[in-house]
Design a protein around this ligand. Structure first.
Ligand code: ADP
Length: 231
């Protein structure tokens, strides 16, 4: 479902080679951790997937779409096939939980009827049905991140990309968030999680792709962090 073929990214402004000759294949339904210390190239890899950045060379194919060849006007349509979760939640503070989910659907053209059916459903999947009419600041950090996960699910994406989703959360809450992502993955959605959280990676025994200096230095089917790695 996702392929990088000889992908290199050089940032023009600084001439930094953020990624060099990356070859990567992720199958539909996989759960993948992306690890690596700061500056390794994780965000760049994610931005190439979301088409926020353009590869300097090579090809990126996601769900049969050649992302490297997308025209600017095609990018918003392509992004609808992705669900994004961020470290800082990025909820709309003046909208309730359910309005946050509804808004994400409205901007991609969902009808009110579709929203009425789907929004409560995705909130149920993250255990937030009871808090649908709360504002984000009336929720804990973990709950806010669950809203963000519901929002990412709202448009039924093929791929969920979570960039440090537990970076602002306590360890016990982090585990809970990962359980929700794992459950979503179990129902068939491909999930990629960029993280520094050693405990979580070691506990979950998922595929681990480690990036360092712009290259993939390790790709383990059921990996963890080894003791000599410090990310
Ligand atoms: P990570 O997410 O693993 O911390 P990044 O992908 O952000 O790593 O960064 C990889 C390299 O690319 C770093 O050397 C960083 O300074 C550089 N870089 C990232 N974004 C930009 C940018 N917009 N312009 C120039 N250089 C960048």
């Amino acid at each position: 479902m996702l392929q990088f073929r000889n992908v290199t990214k050089v940032y023009d402004n600084t001439n930094v080679t953020a990624l060099e000759n990356i070859n990567l294949e992720i199958e539909k339904g996989e759960f993948v951790f992306l690890v690596g210390h700061s500056g390794a190239g994780k965000s760049t890899l994610i931005k190439l997937i979301t088409a926020e950045e353009k590869a300097t060379s090579g090809e990126i194919i996601i769900n049969d779409i050649n992302v490297t060849k997308l025209k600017s006007k095609e990018i918003p349509f392509y992004r609808r096939t992705l669900g994004m979760v961020f470290q800082d939640f990025r909820l709309l503070e003046n909208k309730t939980v359910i309005e946050n989910v509804a808004f994400a659907m409205k901007v991609v053209g969902a009808t009110n009827r579709q929203i009425r059916r789907r929004a409560p459903d995705v909130l149920g999947r993250v255990g937030l049905s009871q808090k649908a009419h709360f504002l984000p600041d009336q929720l804990s950090g973990g709950e806010q991140q669950r809203v963000a996960i519901a929002r990412a699910l709202a448009n039924n994406p093929n791929l969920i990309i979570a960039d440090e989703p537990t970076g602002n959360l306590d360890p016990d809450i982090s585990g809970e968030i990962m359980q929700y992502l794992e459950e979503i993955n179990r129902s068939g959605t491909t999930v990629i999680v960029a993280t520094h959280d050693k405990d979580i990676v070691n506990r979950m025994h998922k595929r681990v792709i480690a990036v360092d200096g712009g290259s993939i230095v390790r790709d383990d089917e059921r990996g963890g962090y080894s003791d000599d790695e410090e990310f």
